[in-house]
Design a binder for this molecule. Structure first.
Ligand SMILES: NC(=O)c1ccc[n+]([C@@H]2O[C@H](COP(=O)([O-])OP(=O)(O)OC[C@H]3O[C@@H](n4cnc5c(N)ncnc54)[C@H](O)[C@@H]3O)[C@@H](O)[C@H]2O)c1
Ligand SMILES: [Zn+2]
Length: 346
């Protein structure tokens, strides 16, 4: 299945969800990957790429820890050593967000910008991170604070890669799938309630549906001036949880699972959603062992943490609150007291 993204500036590319077919490039290609993904799947990918010259740069696998400028330097140095020129191409192979975001960022600055292709291998990246052109790295001031919008020229999603993905990583990806359904697509949510994503055909359908949703959102609002912010549902709370636990307790998608549960509680509190709807979402998350609870030690401190998020730099907290299931609102007008009451329940 192919989903197309078309941006207002006429940038367009295909997202292919299928067994990887042969990729032909009449230019130099560098694959960026990590030891985990290359150990499982590099041969499979190399067999399917034909290029003028092909080389591989392997960067450390450590989640957020190596998503920094030093690793970008490693990628760029490899590109210079291989004498890449402005028509050369990078392939982000695997991980998800981590390799994808860094490869995209390196591609955006190498000789002022070269092409790149995404071949995501985590569920999270297949349904979310590889699509939409947000690239970047972390620094001591926070996550993803340095980066660029740089769209890939193609995204190739092969569900076969998921066969080696650890169960927890799979659940983290499902959290982002649930996010897409709750914010934009009631029919998809009901389908998720009725179908098991451990089934090969079903996961393919769920990836396609999520990618369609993300492509539809990004096509309208590439730079997140409006509707794209809805994809941060669960993330306002989730980022605080990740930060409070030093990024070493929950996977990103797991923190988002808890965050969505918190956002739902707030949505119920202000009359946006019923208890019953909030419970349906919780049940769906728990079906895949995605955490929905978290012990908040200090409610006021948790609240203050919201303001460290880059999206709250103007001293307003932006919440994405579902309106029932399949619709949502983006608001910075929630009374502190309502938020505090929600936090007290956790
Ligand atoms: N650009 C965006 O729009 C966007 C959206 C969401 C998240 N992100 C970013 O994505 C990152 C999280 O991505 P992630 O969850 O994919 O984490 P990740 O890239 O760290 O991958 C998770 C782990 O799974 C391993 N792995 C990857 N594919 C595998 C496979 N097929 N089999 C076995 N192991 C495999 C990796 O080596 C890694 O250890 C965060 O940095 C986040 O900021 C970006
Ligand atoms: Zn996310």
């Amino acid at each position: 299945m192919i989903v197309n993204i078309s941006l207002p500036d006429n940038t367009t590319y295909d997202i292919t969800i299928d067994t990887l077919s042969k990729l032909y490039f009449d230019r130099k290609v560098v694959i960026v990957t990590n030891p985990t993904v290359s150990g499982y799947h590099l041969e499979y990918l190399k067999e399917r790429i034909t290029a003028k010259e092909l080389s591989v740069v392997t960067i450390p696998d450590g989640g957020e820890e190596y998503k920094n400028m030093q690793t970008i330097e490693t990628i760029l140095e490899h590109c210079f050593e291989q004498k890449l020129n402005r028509s050369s191409l990078l392939v982000a192979f695997g991980g998800g967000g981590v390799i994808g975001d860094m490869t995209g960022f390196a591609a955006s600055i190498y000789q002022r910008g070269i092409d790149f292709v995404q071949v995501p291998t985590t569920l999270l990246s297949q349904v979310d991170a590889s699509v939409g052109g947000k690239t970047g790295i972390n620094n001591k001031f926070g996550k993803n604070l340095v980066g660029a919008f740089h769209q890939p020229i193609a995204v190739n999603i092969d569900p076969f890669f998921l066969t080696t993905l650890p169960k927890r990583e799979f659940g983290a990806g499902i959290a982002e799938i649930v996010k897409m359904a709750v914010t934009f697509n009631k029919d998809f949510f009901e389908w998720l309630e009725q179908n098991d994503l451990n089934d090969e055909e079903n996961i393919k359908t769920a990836i396609a549906k999520s990618v369609e949703t993300k492509a539809w959102v990004v096509s309208q609002d590439e730079k997140e001036k409006g509707i794209r912010a809805a994809l941060n549902y669960g993330h306002t709370f989730g980022h605080v949880i990740e930060n409070e636990t030093n990024y070493d307790t929950f996977l990103h998608g797991e923190a988002v699972g808890i965050g969505m549960t918190m956002a739902n509680d707030l949505a119920v509190r202000i009359g946006n959603m019923t208890d019953k709807e909030a419970n349906r979402i919780k049940n769906l998350l728990e079906k895949y062992d995605i955490p929905t609870s978290y012990k908040i030690k200090d409610v006021e401190d948790f609240y203050e943490h919201f303001f460290l998020d880059k999206k709250s730099l103007d001293n307003k907290i932006k919440f994405i609150l579902p309106k029932g299931i399949g619709d949502c609102e983006i608001t910075d007008k929630i009374a502190k007291n309502d938020v505090i009451e929600t936090l007290k329940g956790f």
